[in-house]
Design a protein. Structure first.
Length: 423
């Protein structure tokens, strides 16, 4: 079958790398892709939210499945666009409907969904410009730190964790009245701060049954020891060592099952990935957020640990055989280290030549912000390359990734040498 992957990051390179290995994969397209995806498929320079251009590509190239990497096309309704078009409704979209994508597109929707289905999460209330005073009053009932979340998509920047009540109030006002995060903060969720260790679980569902993919933990802060600004993710490990069989069982019964059942009960079409961000408070898992896609860089450790044919599993969603398909996971530990541009996550320059990315023995190199320009691979984003390795132990996997992270070079390269430090 011909497959199209939407997106251009390390996540999409990891998905393309895996899908290209399937005996069921005929032509593989990635839009817009990067210099790495072009090694395993054919890049098409189309924006992920340009549904009409995507339609032309799908028809011209006889694409039967579209795997959606990032959240934007999902929140904008690519699933519904395909379903409602007679020329496209035979194509399988791996990703939820617009309504299902609200689990990520609206924090308020997600919180209300969790409440309806008794899914453990932080206590919360939501506010808009007409209920600012009630927001101040609610803050007074909480103890610091205060967690303020813009309701809508804010490119990963919409969550504020603030120690002082006066600052929390002034930020709330700026989100609601001064559009601090634009339209995304016209509604704000205020929630109780949860103190614990974070992890992520990933589920793939056909809307009826589900399979649990490997767990992962990502490292979001730019600086070693989890300091400094938030980024998209500086590295990740899989599996998460503190998740034993009992804790996983708890996550499945209290969170995964009611989430999938809840979608079904509410008649929300959902055939795709569900990424559940969790925090372990004492021995209890609580949901911090849902994402309706895979994580990046979590995908760069989750997908390589899957031994079975992943496209075959996705085909099961299309042809109704999903529950019979195998999902075999490697026992090995995977770790990834992200090489980033100097200045990231703030202002950075692009266009620097990347050297030594081809010969990194012992690691898999997933491109993120890269491009090929006149035959030369160059930096093209803040997060540039993810270096993934396997090991019998986390230390072993990290040693290989760190060695190759050292070897690959471009002007201004930086990376965290302490991925997994807290495990
Ligand atoms: P989110 O975009 O919802 O994932 O939030 C970004 C980050 O903020 C999370 O990865 C957590 O580190 C932190 N966070 C979000 N909600 C809470 C909470 N209720 N308590 C503690 N930390 C939180
Ligand atoms: N690494 C976090 C995310 O993809 O949202």
């Amino acid at each position: 079958m011909n497959v199209l992957i939407l997106g251009s990051g390390g996540r999409e390179h990891a998905l393309a790398w895996k899908i290209s290995q399937s005996s069921s994969c005929n032509k593989l397209f990635i839009a817009p892709g990067n210099a790495g995806t072009n090694l395993v498929g054919i890049n098409k320079n189309i924006d992920v939210t340009d549904f009409n251009e995507i339609k032309h590509l799908v028809i011209d190239e006889d694409v039967e499945m579209v795997v959606v990497g990032p959240e934007d096309p999902l929140v904008n309704g690519i699933y519904d666009f395909f379903k409602n078009d007679n020329d496209l409704n035979h194509v399988s979209i791996i990703g939820p409907s617009k309504e299902g994508a609200q689990l990520e597109g609206s924090k308020k929707f997600a919180k209300e969904f969790m409440q309806r289905h008794n899914i453990p999460t932080a206590k919360y209330k939501s506010f808009d410009k007409d209920t600012l005073q009630e927001g101040y009053d609610f803050l007074e009932t909480l103890s610091p730190p205060y967690v303020l979340k813009a309701d809508g998509l804010a490119a990963g920047k919409g969550v504020l964790i603030i120690n002082s009540i006066s600052e929390a109030k002034s930020e709330l006002k700026s989100m609601l009245l001064d559009s601090k995060f634009g339209q995304a903060s016209s509604t704000v969720v205020i929630e109780e701060f949860l103190d614990g260790i974070e992890l992520s679980v990933f589920v793939i569902t056909n809307g009826d049954t589900y399979k649990i993919l490997p767990t992962a933990k990502d490292y979001k802060r730019i600086g070693e020891g989890d300091t400094g600004l938030n980024t998209g993710g500086m590295g990740a490990v899989s599996p998460v060592p503190f998740v034993d069989r009992f804790f996983m069982e708890k996550i499945e019964q209290e969170i995964i099952k009611p989430s999938i059942e809840g979608l079904k009960k509410e008649n929300i079409s959902y055939k795709g990935f569900l990424f559940i961000g969790l925090i372990k408070v004492g021995s209890e898992p609580k949901v911090i957020e849902y994402n309706v896609r895979m994580g990046d860089p979590e995908t760069e450790v989750v997908i390589p640990r899957i031994k079975s044919d992943f496209l075959n599993l996705l085909k099961g969603i299309k042809d109704g055989t999903f529950s019979e398909k195998d999902l075999n996971i490697s026992e090995d530990v995977a770790a990834t280290v992200m090489l980033v541009s100097e200045g990231y996550p703030q202002k950075y320059n692009k266009g620097y030549e990347i050297i030594n990315s081809e010969n990194c023995e012992g690691s898999i190199i997933f491109h993120a912000g890269t491009t090929k320009d006149e035959g030369i691979v160059k930096t093209n984003g803040g997060r540039v390359i993810a270096v993934t390795s396997f090991g019998k132990t986390l230390e072993g996997a990290l040693a290989k990734s760190n060695k190759n992270a050292e070897k690959i070079n471009f002007q201004g390269k930086s990376y965290r040498k302490d991925i997994g430090f807290d495990l």
